[in-house]
Ligand binder design. Structure first.
Ligand code: CMC
Length: 433
């Protein structure tokens, strides 16, 4: 349990206000910076803390993921992402995030078996899909269809029952690829392809996205490995915007399907999960390496809202460790396709090179993040740009359900209810008329 890891530090913070000084406990986690406990601040002083964007605020204790942004470190349950990406699979990571340990062979078999029991969606969901316009963005379909699962699976919405919580979590890990593939198939006007439970998680997803009834479909092992790795790299990232959204939605006791739908909605934004789609569009817009200086200047111009997509991160002030693995995966996929001279890869490499030696990016510690190379890889595998963030959502479901479960089990859990610094009109009286 996360709470057993937290110790009160020997140091104390002192806050001096005009008329008094108060002591604030300092908390120590197992790794990372200490945190000043301000939970009693309001009752002691009548004042709030003010921290837009939560840049200095730890919203929760968590034992799932640790990031050291200055040194480019990402650990899941203590294991470095580089080792996990090399030696495990996405399903292992789902198990690890949920349970805290990597599965034994037997546990892995059982867990995968449980997932495969739930890969199909209620047949009525097919009808639900046909209500959408064919040109609907697949993220719009995902927000709606995952939220709608709560209307289909009533036996897993009682959040006080641990068995139901696990069942809902397994259902979402299992059904997310099915719904994502259906969103894709619907947009291209092809029939839905049912899951094939004899395949591994990534291969099954590829098949549901790209097989057609008229032909046999063989899953490329290179693509399957690459997709599994992409899923692993995106599985969890501590208290990012969408995960915090899932926790905030869950803190009111909302059902898990509704909470994950809220997370998907948040992930859609271009500053978060939408960045992989935006990064590829940007590379296409740049088009050729000779136009890179122009775009670098645009990104540096304070009066231009343009940013280099796939660059910068709230937490990483160093190379995102996932970006290195993603870059290698991009090469593997493009080599397998005989397309290692993809002009966009060339633009990406040169843009990275130019930005990393530019004073602006050095000074602001802006490095490529995981989304910089993922778009090129996914495009090479045949995914349309609009599906990129959907793939991120499939992967992040692992983290969302793990974090949601951790939150529900936490005895200190309360409804999330931030306060504000009111800057509107003071109390006034309606004019008599
Ligand atoms: N291009 C140009 N300038 C940038 C960029 C960028 N990509 N990112 C940050 N900056 C500048 C920004 O203008 C600001 O400058 P100043 O201090 O002069 O005002 C400074 O760097 C700090 O930026 P910030 O917006 O205050 O930092 P943040 O922590 O709030 O934002 C971010 C982090 C990821 C939203 C931002 O870097 C960004 O918009 N990046 C592009 C979008 C992107 O790639 N997002 C994917 C993030 S990784 C996947 C995920 O976790 O979802």
């Amino acid at each position: 349990m996360a709470s057993s890891e937290v110790k009160t530090s020997t140091s104390t913070a002192h806050l001096t206000l005009s008329n008094k000084t108060i002591e604030l406990p300092v908390l120590q986690g197992s790794l990372g910076p200490e945190a000043i406990d301000v939970s009693k601040l309001y009752s002691q002083t009548g004042m709030f803390t003010y921290d837009p964007g939560f840049t200095s605020t730890a919203s929760t204790e968590s034992a799932i993921t640790y990031i050291d942004g200055d040194n480019g470190v990402l650990l899941h349950r203590g294991y470095p992402i580089e080792q996990l990406a090399e030696r495990s699979s996405f399903v292992d990571i789902c198990y690890l995030l949920l349970n805290g340990t990597l599965p034994t062979q037997a546990e892995k078999g059982d867990f995968f078996q449980r997932i495969t029991r739930h890969t199909m969606v209620h047949d009525q969901v097919n009808r639900f899909f046909t209500g959408f316009r064919r040109d609907a963005h697949p993220m719009a379909i995902m927000v709606a269809s995952v939220g709608a699962l709560s209307a289909f699976y009533h036996d897993s919405t009682d959040i006080t029952d641990p068995e139901q919580r696990l069942l809902a979590s397994i259902r979402m890990i299992a059904k997310m690829p099915t719904l994502a593939a259906m969103a894709h198939k619907y947009s291209v006007g092809q029939p839905f392809v049912y899951p094939q439970n004899g395949l591994d998680y990534a291969s099954n997803f590829l098949r549901m996205c790209f097989a057609v009834p008229a032909e046999e479909y063989r899953v490329s092992p290179v693509f399957s490995k690459a997709l599994d790795r992409i899923l692993m790299l995106h599985a969890d990232h501590e208290q990012n915007a969408s995960t915090s959204t899932v926790r905030l939605a869950g803190s009111s006791g909302a059902n898990p399907f509704a909470c994950i739908a809220a997370g998907i909605a948040c992930l859609w934004g271009p500053a978060h999960g939408g960045a992989n789609e935006a990064a590829l569009k940007m590379l296409e817009e740049i088009g050729t390496p000779d136009r890179i200086p122009l775009f670098i200047e645009k990104a540096k111009d304070k009066n231009d809202p343009f940013r280099l997509m796939g660059f910068g991160h709230r937490v990483y002030k160093n190379y995102d460790p996932r970006a290195r693995i993603m870059q290698q995966t991009a090469h593997e996929v493009l080599n397998a396709l005989g397309a290692s001279d993809d002009p966009l890869l060339e633009v990406a490499r040169e843009l990275e090179h130019a930005a990393l030696k530019d004073g602006y990016f050095i000074e602001k510690k802006l490095y490529p993040n995981v989304d910089f190379y993922s778009g090129i890889t996914l495009r090479a595998m045949g995914f349309p740009t609009s599906m990129f963030t959907v793939l991120f959502a499939v992967a992040r479901t692992a983290g969302w359900v793990a974090q949601w479960n951790e939150m529900i089990k936490d005895p200190k859990q309360k409804i999330g209810r931030p306060r504000q610094l009111y800057v509107g009109e003071p109390a006034r009286t309606l004019p008599l008329s």
